[in-house]
Structures are given as structure tokens and as C-alpha cells.
Design a protein. Structure first.
Length: 133
């Protein structure tokens, strides 16, 4: 495809949107109870990601940001085997923030469904009229 740089930029924007979507996914996972970072990373597949959407450093960066904003708390917990691990919990403010995310995502879902419907209608009209684009 021409304009490789532009395409790469669009790909980076898409990756940023996916990374941004990790935030409500992590909040929802924590709504189910406290968890450590690697467990959260493993459970992100429940949201339909075909493979891990991010590396552990991205997950920990998002968790730190959520903690800095008061949406998540953390503590060190002794493991049955191995060193202590940091476990994360959803705070009451994080519960409210998750509900805000859900409202926003529901509206995004509505808009996306309309967009895809319009897209299919448009393409069908163009296909039936003999146009290739």
C-alpha cells in the first residue's frame, strides 16, 4: 500500500486506542477481586484479544497510572512460593470510574454499529452499481 509511513502512523494510532481500552478491561478484572499484574495480563484474553495486547511493562504502567489517580490500590503480598508480589485492588473511586467507562463504551458501541451499518449499505450500493470503490 502506498504511503508506508502514513500507514505505520495509523497503525500506531490503532495500537494507542487498544492500549487505552486496556484501562477499563483492567478495572473490570479488578472488580472481580484483587490480582497481581501477570494474572491480569493473562486474563486480558477474556476480552477477545487474539493474543496478549500488551507486554507486562504496559500493564504495570497503566496500573501505576490508575493507582496515581486513586482508582486502584496495591499492596505487597507474600506468595506461597517465591518472593512477595504486588497485588492490585479496585478502589471505590475506581468502581465509579469503571461505570463511567461503561457508559462511554456503550455510546461508542452504538456509534460503531451505526457506522458499520452505513458502511455495509454504502458498499452494497457501490457494488450493485458496478463501481469498484
Amino acid at each position: 500500500m502506498p504511503g508506508g509511513r502514513r500507514r505505520r502512523g495509523a497503525h500506531n494510532r490503532c495500537e494507542r486506542r487498544i492500549t487505552r481500552f486496556l484501562e477499563p478491561c483492567l478495572l473490570l478484572l479488578l472488580h472481580g477481586g484483587e490480582s497481581h499484574g501477570y494474572e491480569l495480563l493473562d486474563n486480558l484474553g477474556r476480552f477477545g484479544f487474539s493474543e496478549n495486547p500488551a507486554d507486562s511493562s504496559t500493564i504495570y504502567r497503566i496500573l501505576r497510572s490508575l493507582e496515581d489517580r486513586g482508582f486502584v490500590t496495591s499492596r505487597w503480598a507474600e506468595g506461597d512460593s517465591g518472593p512477595a508480589r504486588r497485588v492490585y485492588s479496585l478502589s471505590p473511586a475506581g468502581d465509579g470510574y469503571l461505570h463511567l467507562w461503561v457508559g462511554d463504551l456503550e455510546e461508542t458501541d452504538r456509534i460503531l454499529h451505526l457506522f458499520f451499518s452505513e458502511y455495509r449499505n454504502h458498499m452494497e450500493l457501490h457494488h450493485n452499481s458496478g463501481k469498484d470503490t
